[in-house]
Design a binder for this molecule. Structure first.
Ligand SMILES: N[C@@H](CCC(=O)N[C@@H](CS)C(=O)NCC(=O)O)C(=O)O
Length: 219
C-alpha cells in the first residue's frame, strides 16, 4: 500500500487531494514540520522532519515523501505526477504531449508562483495589521505575482483547465500553489477566470475531504 509521510497541513495536501480524486488508499504517517515544534529534538517529541527515523527515509528532511513498493520519492509535485501517471486516469497524462504540458505547468507553479505565494501565506492575515516590513514584503510579492497570474488568467480564460480541457493533476498542482496567495483578495480578484477556476477546484468533493482532514489537525 502507498505510504504518505507528512501531516495534511503541509504540501502533503496535494498528494492527499489527488488520492481522494482517484480513490487510491494509503497509509499516512503524520511527520510534522520541525519548526512547528518547540523542541523537535526532545526525547519523546513527535516524529518530525528532523527526527533521525525520518531522515533515514528522506535525508532532505522535508515532507511530503511517499513510498510505493520499492520507490521512495520526495518533492510533492513529482509525487503527484507519478501517482497520476501510475494510478490516476483520467487525472494523469494520456500521451507524451500532455505529460510535457503537465510538467511545464507544475514547474511554473513551483518556480514562478510558489515563493511569492508563500510569502503571502505566511505574512498576510486578512483583517489583521502587519508591520511596515511585512506590508512591504506582501506588496512586493503581490506585485511580482501579477505577471505569472496574468499568464494563468489568459490560459484559463481560453482553456478552462491547465491541460487537456479536463480536470487533471496539473490543476491540483497549480491550485494548491495558488491557494497560498488566496488570502490576498485584492490580488486574486484581478483575475476572474483564475478566481473561478480555483473556486471550482476547491468545490470538488476530493478537495473538500482533504480540507476537512486538514482542519481536523492541530494548527
Ligand atoms: N519542494 C518541496 C518542499 C518541501 C518542503 O519544504 N516541505 C516543508 C513542509 S510543506 C517542510 O518539510 N519543511 C521542513 C521543516 O521546515 O522542518 C516539495 O514540494 O515537496
Amino acid at each position: 500500500m502507498l505510504t504518505i509521510y507528512g501531516v495534511t497541513r503541509s504540501r502533503a495536501s496535494r498528494i492527499i487531494w489527488l488520492c481522494h480524486e482517484i480513490g487510491l488508499s494509503y497509509r499516512q504517517v503524520p511527520v510534522i514540520q520541525a519548526y512547528r515544534l518547540t523542541d523537535p529534538d526532545a526525547e519523546g517529541a513527535a516524529l518530525n522532519t528532523r527526527s533521525p527515523a525520518f531522515l533515514r527515509i528522506s535525508p532532505q528532511g522535508a515532507i511530503p515523501v511517499i513510498q510505493d513498493g520499492d520507490l521512495t520519492l520526495s518533492e510533492s509535485l513529482a509525487c503527484t505526477l507519478y501517482l497520476a501517471r501510475k494510478y490516476g486516469q483520467p487525472f494523469g497524462p494520456v500521451d507524451a504531449t500532455e505529460d510535457a504540458l503537465m510538467l511545464q505547468w507544475s514547474f511554473y507553479a513551483c518556480t514562478s508562483i510558489e515563493p511569492d505565494a508563500l510569502t503571502i501565506l505566511f505574512l498576510h492575515r486578512a483583517g489583521q495589521t502587519q508591520s511596515g516590513a511585512d506590508q512591504a514584503a506582501i506588496a512586493n510579492a503581490a506585485e511580482r505575482l501579477v505577471r505569472p497570474l496574468s499568464v494563468l488568467e489568459a490560459h484559463l480564460a481560453r482553456n478552462g483547465h491547465m491541460v487537456g480541457g479536463r480536470f487533471t493533476v496539473a490543476d491540483i498542482n497549480m491550485a494548491e500553489v495558488v491557494r497560498y496567495a488566496q488570502s490576498h483578495g485584492e490580488l486574486i480578484e484581478q483575475f476572474p477566470a483564475l478566481r473561478d477556476w480555483l473556486a471550482d477546484c476547491q468545490a470538488r468533493p476530493a478537495f473538500q475531504k482533504m480540507w476537512k482532514e486538514r482542519l481536523a489537525e492541530p494548527e
